[in-house]
Design a protein around this ligand. Structure first.
Ligand code: NDP
Length: 470
């Protein structure tokens, strides 16, 4: 064979396709590795972005593509939706945005599955039919489940578990039916009715599964949906014979599952309990305004807080969702700088479910250039509160609520909390006595060593800093 014959034998397009997908897969792996450490997270993010670009370019080289017009149309529509979402949705709305992104991912996967089945059901192999079945089931569950999560996070839907008698049995029956339908489809791929019943059951399952999960369990739900989206993408990879989809879907599915386990552990809840327990069913109190708390509230001014902080040797800052709403992270940094200059030790206590998404507080504090060395996880700081002069609770509520220890039947009962109440003085910065995400009163706010400082956290912190300087 001469060189020309040899070259002609090589399918250049196919080789380039596989090579690009290999590069994309390696970039995804390196990206994920980078994301596992705060110092390398930014680099990890860029590697993952390059990986995605390589995956898209590689997929465009696929010889099965017959026309690029529809793909171009999809790129334009995706860009029109994605760019404004990325640019304009504020950090505070990130959890809702992530829920929407999962929903879009689920929709895409489900639509690809329907198109594959529609076009090729007469010639599909058993393996491909099974892959498409799982793809459509997971895609539809992710779609409606994520939309439900989005509605709950936005407050459009009630955060309480929506339950009715026999709901677990119904969910289990739907799940079993869906699995039986996949098996039947593998045996009889041309039975189209089975496929469309499977599609409908997936949509219903997503709604029913997330409806019964209460607000306090949303962190776990978001991670589970993340995992489903990844597994659905991996199933799509098998159906389309696209290796990069299999790799990145498996990575996404696996990491989502690990995160869900970490979050369950952080909340001291088993997976089974999250999915079948209707946690939060006893949520009842709606409390707005300072008058509705059952106890004596001691409120103070920013100047009072400054006086206490000036004589404190040790301070622990406990950020929560309210810090994200107020965008108070820079104001926290300014106050901490002042205190540290005066010789006070300042640490930050991060609860795993503080905020509205995993790592929410870490991201915001990093944005304000607060050193990662000063951030402590629940386990490593909880014993320090009893030796601390002042704890400053900035817009946190559920994660410092003693009801988690003292009130069986409370929606957060059993969840480990930050023991802020054990410090000598607790300063709580929030706007009113309104409850947090779980919707329950917080007895920390009426403890004798607690001083409430009402107002927007960012403004209050600026006033405290001004008073400390003065
Ligand atoms: P919470 O939601 O319990 O409380 C936040 C508090 O912030 C509110 O009580 C609110 O009180 C206060 N607040 C709001 N805006 C401001 C502002 N501008 N200035 C000052 N305070 C403000 O937050 P936590 O972080 O303590 O707990 C997180 C909760 O969210 C948990 O129940 C968790 O399960 C749930 N969750 C967590 C997710 C995650 O992945 N981390 C995902 C989904 C849910 P007020 O209105 O009086 O100011």
């Amino acid at each position: 064979m001469n060189a020309n014959d040899y070259m002609a034998g090589i399918d250049l397009r196919g080789t380039a396709y596989l090579l690009t997908l290999l590069v994309a897969s390696v970039l995804f792996l390196l990206g994920l590795r980078g994301l596992s450490h705060s110092e390398t997270a930014r680099r990890g993010m860029f590697l993952a972005v390059f990986g995605m670009v390589a995956a898209v370019l590689g997929t465009l080289l696929n010889s099965r593509i017959v026309t690029y017009e529809w793909i171009l149309g999809g790129l334009v529509v995706g860009t029109i939706i994605g760019v404004p979402m990325g640019l304009w949705i504020p950090m505070t709305k990130m959890p809702e945005r992530i829920a929407l992104s999962h929903a879009f991912g689920g929709l895409a996967v489900a639509l690809v599955g329907v198109a594959e089945y529609w076009n090729h059901h007469a010639s599909l192999s058993r393996f491909d039919t099974g892959a498409i079945g799982f793809e459509v089931l997971l895609g539809t569950i992710t779609l409606t489940g994520s939309l439900m999560a989005f509605g709950k996070l936005m407050g459009i839907l009630p955060g309480r578990p929506q339950t009715f008698p026999g709901q677990n049995a119904l969910n289990l029956a739907f799940l079993t039916t869906a699995l039986v339908l996949i098996v039947l489809l593998i045996i009889q791929p041309t039975q189209q009715i089975l496929f469309y019943v499977l599609f409908t059951i997936g949509l219903l399952l997503g709604i029913l599964m997330v409806a019964r999960i209460g607000g306090a369990d949303m962190p776990v739900v978001i991670c589970i949906l993340n995992s489903y989206a990844g597994l659905a993408a991996a199933a799509t990879g098998f159906a389309l014979n696209n290796p990069v989809l299999i790799v990145c879907g498996a990575l996404d599915g696996g990491s989502g599952l690990i995160l869900a386990l970490i979050m369950s552990k952080a909340m001291n809840r088993s997976f089974k309990n999250v999915i079948f327990g209707a946690f939060g069913a006893t949520v009842a109190q709606e409390c707005v305004g300072p008058d509705c708390s059952s106890g004596t509230v001691r409120d103070g001014t920013p100047e009072d807080a400054a006086e206490l902080l000036k004589i404190a040797n040790s301070v622990i800052v406990v950020p929560g969702y309210g810090m994200a709403v107020a965008q108070a992270q820079h104001a926290i940094r300014d106050l901490a700088d002042l205190l540290e200059k005066a010789g006070t030790e300042v640490k930050y206590a991060i609860h795993p479910v503080a905020g509205r998404m995993p790592g929410h507080m870490n991201v915001l504090l990093a944005e304000a250039n607060i050193s990662y060395d000063q951030l402590y996880e629940l386990d490593s700081i909880n014993d320090e509160f009893q030796r601390t002069d002042v704890s400053i609770v900035v817009g946190a509520n559920d994660v410092v609520n003693p009801a988690a220890k003292s009130t069986p039947g409370s929606p957060i009962y059993g969840m480990p909390i930050l023991n802020v109440g054990q410090s000598k003085v607790v300063l709580v910065l929030k706007r009113s006595m309104s409850p947090g995400f779980a919707g329950i009163e917080n007895e920390l706010f009426v403890q004798p060593n607690t001083m409430m400082i009402f107002g927007d956290a960012k403004k209050t912190l600026a006033q405290i800093s001004a008073a400390v300087k003065a």
